[in-house]
Design a binder for this molecule. Structure first.
Ligand code: ADP
Length: 359
């Protein structure tokens, strides 16, 4: 039985529907990330699970019980927000223990519980400080400790790390992952950051404009994106998406008179149908002109990444990015040849962006 079951859930504000019908099953102990661009409905969905927003249609169950009409505090969820929402006048100890105090847990048990949770997030030496005397990362730890102290059945995270600087985000990401491993509590985590989603999730749910585009493991959504949207959203640098069509000879016609011989993709080359060919930059490599199916291109510019570099090139009128480990100087306009990895190609429909097939 799933821990959280969401069936046909919709949300409207007035006449405007912003979540169009979400179905997802979240297993006990699973870490699920809801990923998507700003405004796609991620927070609204999370807030509907928490009970902070009423749902307009559908059903949400937690632990086998329909919670549509339950108050937030009756749902067994604890929420961690981006803005921490700590009480500024209370110490760390009081902030963490507040919900236990409200629940009338006796002081000795409360203190023991606060100490145990503080230790698990590395806050035991900060218990007498106030939030104003802590760094951003420490405040975020207090917010997590405060959620953990109630021993909830479900953790709900709403962009908890977006106020932190890049380095701290990476450290806190590892911390969230470690806590999840140790506590094993079912978690739903909202973010617009695809790297955060890829590194944290057991299962990613990608949303776009109020719809679910795909639900799958990080490797599934990376290797088998269900739509052009997912292909473009997951992965950095983003997947190359080249618009065109296969001609009668099976060559891919694109850009300004470009004709590519792409092997693989058998059965997905319908002549005359406008499609989008997808290939990740790491599946495009620089080759010599004698290589079979080498594609002529010219360098636009090169981006150094340290371990490798990205060659941005013009390929017969279409733009393409290749990961390259070479070192030679490549000024703008340099003629080069590229080859696509035949077993890493994707084809999407031009009309609705849905996946047609992959090699
Ligand atoms: P996300 O978390 O993905 O950035 P939200 O769930 O916050 O997106 O918002 C989804 C959509 O719902 C947006 O278009 C937003 O403007 C709209 N929305 C959110 N809250 C309200 C509200 N209280 N009243 C009207 N529209 C809202």
């Amino acid at each position: 039985m799933s821990q959280i079951s969401i069936k046909g859930v919709k949300k409207s504000y007035g006449k405007t529907e912003v979540v169009h019908g979400v179905d997802v099953e979240i297993e006990a102990g699973e870490f699920v990330v809801i990923l998507g661009p700003s405004g796609c409905g991620k927070s609204t969905l999370l807030r509907m699970i928490a009970g902070l927003e009423a749902i307009s249609a559908g059903e949400i169950s937690i632990g086998g019980k329909v919670v549509n009409d339950l108050e937030p505090r009756e749902r067994g969820c604890a929420m961690v927000f981006q803005n921490y929402a700590l009480y500024p006048h209370m110490t760390v100890r009081q902030n963490i223990g507040y919900s236990l105090k409200v629940a009338k847990v006796a002081k000795p048990q409360r203190d023991a519980r606060v100490m145990a949770v503080a230790q698990s997030v590395g806050l035991e030496t900060f218990l007498d400080r106030r939030p104003g005397e802590l760094s951003g990362g420490q405040r975020q730890r207090v917010a997590m400790a405060r959620a953990m102290v109630r021993e909830p059945k479900v953790f709900l995270f709403d962009e908890p790390l977006s106020n932190l600087d890049a380095k701290l985000r990476v450290a806190m990401r590892a911390e969230v992952r470690r806590l999840h491993r140790e506590l094993g509590v079912t978690s739903v985590y909202v973010t617009h950051d695809q790297i955060e989603a890829m590194t944290l999730a057991d299962k990613i749910m990608i949303m776009n404009a109020g719809n679910v585009e795909q639900i799958g493991r990080p490797t599934d959504v990376y290797n088998h994106p269900a739509s052009r949207f997912v292909a473009d959203f997951i992965g950095s640098p983003a997947m190359n998406l080249v618009e065109g069509e296969f001609d009668a000879e099976g060559l891919f016609a694109h850009g300004q008179g470009g004709r590519m011989n792409v092997a693989g993709l058998n059965g997905h080359r319908v002549p005359g149908r406008r499609v989008v060919l997808g290939v990740r930059p790491e599946a495009v490599r620089r080759v010599g002109p004698e290589t079979a199916n080498a594609i002529a291109a010219t360098v636009d510019y090169v981006e150094e990444l340290g371990a490798a570099r990205l060659i941005h090139a013009d390929m017969q009128g279409s733009r393409i990015v290749a990961v390259d480990t070479g070192t030679g100087h490549l000024p703008t306009g340099t003629p080069i040849h590229l080859a696509l990895n035949d077993s890493a190609l994707h084809v999407f429909s031009m009309e609705d962006g849905q996946r047609i097939g992959h090699a």
